[in-house]
Write a protein that binds this ligand. Structure first.
Ligand code: NAG
Ligand code: NAG
Ligand code: NAG
Ligand code: NAG
Ligand code: NAG
Ligand code: NAG
Ligand code: NAG
Length: 474
């Protein structure tokens, strides 16, 4: 009897202890999260399946709580390639009085307007609502969110102007609004956001010039303004970012005039993208000082000779295509890079025999584009040395070799040799490619069965078979 009593007593003790430890979730938090869940109309990968009433919400997927009172302090749901969430962001989240961070990333199908519930969360510091379908304008009083350290609404469908009150978010270290439909100019007040380390407004429809507001940014490391409609020149105050800036991406705009000399001062620069603009004149000699540059894209501008000698040890990716350069040779600082994976020098005035090009390392090469130059000889040796090549573009040269002697790297997906002097037959090996073009060469014989269009084979001496129509035989 005594034993039974003791047993039940201990049982009750253990039970109540267990309840005490496990009952971590505050009822307000549980209710707020369950309301969030009920506003989700589709969750095909069951991301929220652990969110069940009367269980501890602190152990639900994506939820974390913080001592001492075990209140929910972050929601973090991240979509995987085959998952998404549909629905809207419930305003009931305002009950999460201790929420510090909300991370709804790549959930892809959350929709609705800007979630004004963010205004009612007094402890909120981090907002990352990325790659969803939120839309409409940003509220003009977005500047009320003064406590935020990070605001990312990247990859949604927000439109209208970036509200000027954004200038009040002075604690921000990251502001990411890329990949939306924002219009208008960059608000001048952004100059107030002195603590920014990352500013990304890329992939919008922003216009006007890039404002000269960068003097106050002493910590900025990443500046992304690509894929907008900016015009004018690179403002002088950007030179103040020299000591720390690592990423400067201004590609796909309508920027013009000369590339400023001061860019050569950017010792920490890792990536510089000025492609698809209207820059003219020469590339400053000071670029020789960019010893840490890994990715340089100056393609599709109107830049002229001479190209400066670079002192970089290992460029990873270089694109100088479609300017007005006459480089004559592939520069030594390119051929000697031990880590280069992408080389694009289309229409760069290169005159050489391809067999004579002897890059010191070909192991990492994924992409080589030498189209529209004056290159003769054969690409057999080069392709035999590049085991992992994915794309080779050599159109519009004077390459002359037997296509049957070409060894196709197993990784090769794209091969463009159009408008050369290539002869022989089209080998079966081409069937493994996604894209192939040998039009306007000297090829002959029956074509292997492929799915490439007739324009891949047009203009050869005596090729025959599908997809060439009889009247294209020559
Ligand atoms: C995405 O959300 C919209 C609006 O809620 C809905 O109509 C649509 O069916 C959802 N798409 C998928 C794939 O679930
Ligand atoms: C937020 O913005 C509204 C409208 O602009 C304003 O009336 C309100 O006082 C602001 N709240 C805070 C806390 O700043
Ligand atoms: C910027 O950050 C520093 C610390 O890193 C902080 O002391 C300062 O108050 C911040 N400035 C603003 C305007 O928030
Ligand atoms: C930077 O480049 C300029 C122009 O080529 C040169 O005069 C200067 O000495 C370089 N500075 C350093 C520190 O290498
Ligand atoms: C190939 O190009 C090089 C460099 O332009 C030139 O010197 C050489 O004569 C060319 N060879 C042939 C066969 O055209
Ligand atoms: C390809 O390279 C191998 C070894 O590096 C060599 O033995 C072979 O002859 C080369 N083939 C061609 C077609 O150059
Ligand atoms: C092949 O190249 C020719 C000439 O460069 C071009 O006109 C044609 O559209 C290309 N075809 C394909 C399928 O890429």
């Amino acid at each position: 009897m005594a034993i039974t009593t003791f047993f039940s007593f201990s049982f009750i003790l253990v039970l109540s202890l267990f309840t005490l430890i496990s009952a971590k979730c505050h009822p307000d938090d549980e209710q707020a999260l369950l309301s969030f869940k009920s506003a989700i109309t589709a969750d095909p990968s069951a991301m929220l399946s652990s969110w069940k009433p009367a269980t501890d919400c602190c152990i639900w997927a994506g939820i974390s709580c913080q001592a001492p009172n075990n209140r929910v302090n972050s929601i973090s749901l991240s979509g995987q390639p085959n998952s998404y969430l549909s629905g809207t962001i419930s305003s009931s989240l305002s009950k999460l009085r201790f929420l510090d961070g909300i991370y709804l990333e790549n959930t892809r199908n959350l929709s609705g307007p800007f979630p004004t519930v963010l205004f009612h969360l007094p402890n909120l510091r981090y907002v990352y609502i990325e790659n969803n379908k939120l839309s409409g304008r940003l509220p003009t009083n977005i500047g009320n969110l003064t406590r935020l350290y990070a605001l990312s609404l990247e990859g949604n469908r927000f439109s209208g102007k970036i509200p000027s009150s954004i200038s009040k978010l002075t604690e921000l270290s990251q502001l990411k609004l890329g990949g939306n439909h924002f219009t208008g100019t960059i608000p001048d007040g952004i100059r107030q956001l002195k603590n920014l380390t990352l500013l990304a407004l890329d992939r919008n429809k922003l216009t006007g010039s890039i404002p000269d507001i960068f003097t106050s940014f002493s910590d900025l490391r990443v500046l992304r303004l690509s894929y907008n409609r900016f015009s004018g020149n690179i403002p002088a105050s950007i030179s103040g970012l020299a000591p720390l800036l690592a990423y400067l991406e201004l590609g796909h705009n309508s920027l013009s005039r000369r590339i400023p000399d001061f860019l050569g001062k950017f010792r920490a620069l890792d990536t510089l993208d000025l492609s698809w603009n209207r820059f003219s004149g020469t590339v400053p000699k000071t670029f020789g000082n960019l010893t840490k540059i890994f990715n340089l894209d100056l393609s599709h501008n109107q830049l002229i000779d001479p190209f400066p000698v670079m002192n970089v040890k290992g460029i990873e990716s270089l694109d100088l295509s479609y300017n007005k350069f006459h480089l004559k040779q592939i520069p030594k600082w390119v051929s000697s890079s031990p880590i280069i994976y992408s080389l694009k020098l289309a229409k760069c005035g290169i005159q050489m025999k391809l067999d004579d090009w002897n890059p010191s390392e070909t192991y990492f090469y994924d992409y080589i584009d030498l189209s529209e130059n004056e290159i003769n000889g054969s690409s057999v040796k080069l392709l035999n040395r590049t085991d992992y090549l994915v794309g080779f573009w050599g159109s519009g040269n004077r390459l002359k070799f037997n296509l049957e002697s070409l060894k196709f790297p197993a990784t090769l997906k794209t091969l463009d040799l159009s408008r050369n002097l290539v002869y022989g037959k089209v080998p079966k090996a081409v069937t493994g490619l996604n894209s192939f073009n040998v039009s306007h060469n000297k090829l002959c014989g029956a074509l292997p069965a492929t799915t490439f269009p007739a324009s891949s084979f047009a203009g050869n001496s005596c090729l025959c078979g599908s997809p060439l129509a009889p009247w294209l035989w020559k």
